[in-house]
Design a protein around this ligand. Structure first.
Ligand code: ZN
Length: 284
């Protein structure tokens, strides 16, 4: 069976990106997997440390394994993992990818912890991809009144730092700060720095990951993919869709969870399908 690395190479050749969607439960999982399967495209299930805590690390691994045993190109990422220990847990549970997030730490500390995770993964689960991050883009997939503190044009990742970080850590994937922000800014998102994405992609020569793409326009995300983005993360918009669907389901006297939750799954499917079409450059 093709690995996540194989699919990223496939995306590179086709000039498309793989969708990464965060889930907190089996309903989210169902919506993401069904949408990708119906379109016939690969997909990554993301679980942050808190989402993993809610779902169970081994439990989400088992769910994704069921899809993989069916031959579906569904992969599991330990999203935003802030400690080396939690990253090691993801390696030990045979996740397909882990993101060690030291973006808020000083450069040398970020490099050191990222390197430690890369080495541990290479030894204990060869083939697993490790993603590093440089440049803070805010934390938490939420609605925001304004751009979070510590995020500005000046704090965007420079080409020089990106190259140094990737060379020193030997990560497989790199997430820069290029105008992207976690969460949704109510007044509208800042623009993505497409030029910087292209320059970083040319310099580091490994696939780039765009975090916090909720709220960015389809056109902008398409340009980012053309510039070298190979994985696009969506969380906040998916959470909004889920909540909207459940609220509809809960507004009746229905008692069966598989009935009132089904509206949540449907709303998420609509959103995931629309995003996957953009990322995979399929006709709308
Ligand atoms: Zn992220």
């Amino acid at each position: 069976m093709k690995t996540l690395k194989d699919w990223i190479n496939w995306a590179e050749e086709k000039g498309v990106a793989i969708g990464h969607f965060n889930v907190s439960d089996s309903e989210g999982f169902r919506a993401v997997v069904d949408s990708a399967t119906e379109l016939g495209v690969p997909v990554i299930i993301g679980v942050s440390e808190k989402e993993r805590g809610f779902l169970g690390v081994a439990e989400i691994r088992a769910l994704v394994s069921v899809s993989q045993e069916k031959g579906l190109p569904v992969f599991l990422n330990a999203d935003h993992t802030y400690s080396v220990d939690a990253s090691k847990e993801a390696v030990d549970n045979k996740f397909d990818e882990v993101i060690i997030d030291g973006a808020e730490k000083p450069f040398f500390e970020n490099v050191a912890m990222t390197k430690e995770v890369v080495n541990y993964a290479r030894e204990h689960h060869p083939g697993m991809l490790v993603e590093g991050e440089l440049g803070f883009i805010g934390s938490g997939s939420m609605l925001r009144d304004e751009i979070p503190d510590g995020v500005s044009e000046e704090t965007q990742t420079t080409v020089e730092d990106a190259k140094k970080f990737v060379d020193e850590t030997c990560v497989d994937l790199f997430a820069p700060s290029v105008g992207n922000i976690h969460g949704l800014i109510k007044a509208g998102e800042p623009e993505l720095n497409i030029k910087r994405i292209k320059e970083i992609a040319d310099a580091v020569k490994i696939p780039l990951v765009l975090h916090g793409a909720s709220g960015n326009t389809d056109k902008e995300v398409g340009e980012a993919i053309d510039a070298g983005i190979r994985i696009v993360h969506i969380n906040t918009e998916l959470r909004q869709a889920y909540k909207k669907g459940i609220e509809k389901g809960m507004s009746t006297d229905e008692l069966a969870p598989y009935k009132f939750m089904a509206d949540g799954v449907e709303e998420m499917k609509k959103l995931v399908t629309a995003k996957l079409k953009v990322f995979n450059k399929m006709d709308a």
